[in-house]
Ligand binder design. Sequence first.
Ligand code: OGA
Ligand code: MN
Length: 298
Amino acid sequence: MTITLSPITSAFAAEVGDVDLAQPIAADDLAAIKQAFWKYAVLIFPDQQLDADRHYDFARQFGPVEVDRVLDTSLHPHRIDPKFADISNLDAQGRIWGESSRQRMYKAGNKLWHTDSSFKYTPGLCSLLYARTVVPIGGHTEFADQRAAYDALPDDAKRKLEGLVAEHCIAHSRRRSGFHEFTDDEAKRLPPVPQALVRTLPESGRKTLYVASHIGRIFGMPQAEATVLIDQLIAHVTQRQFVYTHRWRPNDLVMWDNRCTLHRGTDFDDLRWVRDMRRATVSDHANSCIQEGLAVPV
Ligand code: OGA
Ligand code: MN
């Protein structure tokens, strides 16, 4: 069986059919999936039956899977295996979280445009998010194509961005979404890290912006200028022509390239409905400055 590809637009987001991710994947199917992934950056695999092991095994085909550890596990015991980020509105006992729970305040940051794990020195390569329980209204995930947004910039803007390095920090995006309460231990574990503002994707040779709400400053640029530039770039990338909105069905697996897309969750009534998803995040092989041949600022 060879896979079937149904592009959503000619260059961004495609559905993949005729593949069962719960079975070992034939080498030529995996090669076809990878080729499609480097081209479309967002792939949707409908109607998959994935337990934790099958989900993990598929993610492993793309590189090492991160352990999810942002919040202190002594304050927040994991509900699910820490190989996965728990993208749900459930507490450790599996009940809908409380209105003022720390988890809820922290995860509100997922509603800002971001890319996963750019706040880690070796950032995220791709994420694989699997939907177990979805909600009847809202709770979509929007994706924006940072490659197409880069291509659409005027030449002088491209020149101005060349070689710039931004500082990403989870505390920064969380402050933007109203969460100020990292413990000292949490803050120490995730210090700010440098990342290139423009990247080149080795598989396609395409250039891409690499912006996110995790960015706090740009090295060598006055703060007022940097804050405005980052806001403008995020607004540019997330114009509707660069965005695909995924409306979840149960058992969808969606994977995206964190090097060249932004995403955010949309609102839903999270005190009423259960939304239960889990995400495997695959690490890139090196910091983006190193990949771009840029000096890593200290
Ligand atoms: C994620 C994420 C948004 C959503 O899984 O990384 O940001 O729609 N999800 O839940
Ligand atoms: Mn995310």
